[in-house]
Design a binder for this molecule. Structure first.
Ligand code: NDP
Length: 294
């Protein structure tokens, strides 16, 4: 078994981003700038946004965290998004999900200017991704592709099974793996809670991407000998063993599956760190006008 080491790869790519950010700052007279809007005080969301902000600082970006109480109206939020869309000193905008029930996440996603949509959730970016055109790719699948690329893993002709079809992970992952690119050129099966014979489907995968949200869902008997296993899941459980008071578990039973896999990502230390890298790369590309001209 070989480890797909998110710690190592993310550190290396962040070094490159830092150099490019310094070049941008020297030329533009300002740093690449990411704004993150956080509504309410969901514990997980707070941790993710704090980590995104911290990583921006680390690579030399400016970052702004705008916080709203849980009772902000949809109209007020859209008004703020419109204001940011017009601001030439802001390159990227993300609105942390989930949002409170009275706010429609689709409306919010579509309100963001697709040229600043560094989460890659806007339908224009999703459509362009499907057509293999330059676009912002959702950060988690982007990070996974960067990791496969870093390790030079040949994916062409392989059968990939993605478990989970969310708009932010599973669905875009299935599109990227099927595209005519390297990594890519896989024959992809996208599975979900209504899939018949899920175990047999996963067993047929040379590459398995688990994005379900259930601790240790993918067991050793579901995985083919020699498979490449990517664990996206982040499942938090209270723990007295850690300083933070919780412990993270993936969607894959790591100990058992690692014995069969040729490559596997750990949790923590795998996909989560690469997601941040995906976001940072998108923000840098937005600042440089590399995807959409400024
Ligand atoms: P969602 O809850 O949006 O989607 C989960 C998917 O899993 C759905 O498509 C669902 O199917 C499917 N699913 C649920 N139960 C089963 C089952 N028993 N059998 C087969 N499929 C099932 O989750 P996300 O995609 O947003 O996230 C998935 C996991 O990844 C979570 O643990 C999340 O915390 C983590 N995550 C990690 C990130 C990182 O940076 N590492 C980033 C984003 C998410 P259906 O559509 O039929 O309901």
């Amino acid at each position: 078994m070989n480890l797909l080491d998110g710690k190592l790869v993310s550190a290396k790519i962040k070094e490159d981003i830092k150099i490019e950010a310094a070049q941008f700052t020297a030329q533009a007279g300002r740093k690449p700038h990411l704004v993150a809007i956080l509504v309410g005080n969901d514990g997980g969301s707070e941790t993710y946004v704090a980590s995104k902000m911290r990583n921006c600082e680390l690579v030399g970006f400016e970052s702004t965290n705008i916080r709203y109480d849980v009772d902000i109206t949809e109209a007020e939020l859209i008004e703020k998004i419109n204001e940011i869309n017009q601001d030439p000193t802001i390159d990227g905008l993300i609105v942390q999900l989930p949002l409170p029930k009275h706010i429609d996440p689709d409306k919010i996603t579509e309100a963001i200017d697709h040229r600043k949509d560094v989460d890659g959730f806007h339908p224009i970016n999703l459509g362009r991704m499907q057509r293999n055109l330059p676009c912002f790719i959702p950060a988690t699948p982007y990070g996974i592709m960067l990791m496969l690329e870093y390790y030079g893993i040949e994916t062409a002709g392989k059968k990939a099974v993605v478990v989970g079809r969310s708009n932010i992970v599973g669905s875009p992952m299935s599109i990227l793996l099927a595209r005519n690119s390297q990594p890519g050129n896989c024959t992809v099966t996208l599975t979900h809670s209504r899939t018949a014979n899920l175990k047999e489907e996963v067993l047929s995968g040379d590459i398995v991407v688990a994005a379900i949200g259930r601790k240790n869902f993918v067991t050793a008997e579901m995985v083919k000998e020699g498979a490449i296993v990517i664990d996206v899941g982040i499942n938090r459980e209270d723990s007295t063993e850690t300083k933070s008071g919780f412990k993270l578990y993936g969607d894959v039973d790591f100990e058992a599956v690692a014995k069969k896999a040729s490559w596997i990502t750990p949790v923590p230390g795998g996909v989560g760190l690469m997601t941040i890298v995906g976001l940072l790369k998108n923000t840098l590309e937005a600042a440089k006008g590399a995807i959409y001209a400024k």
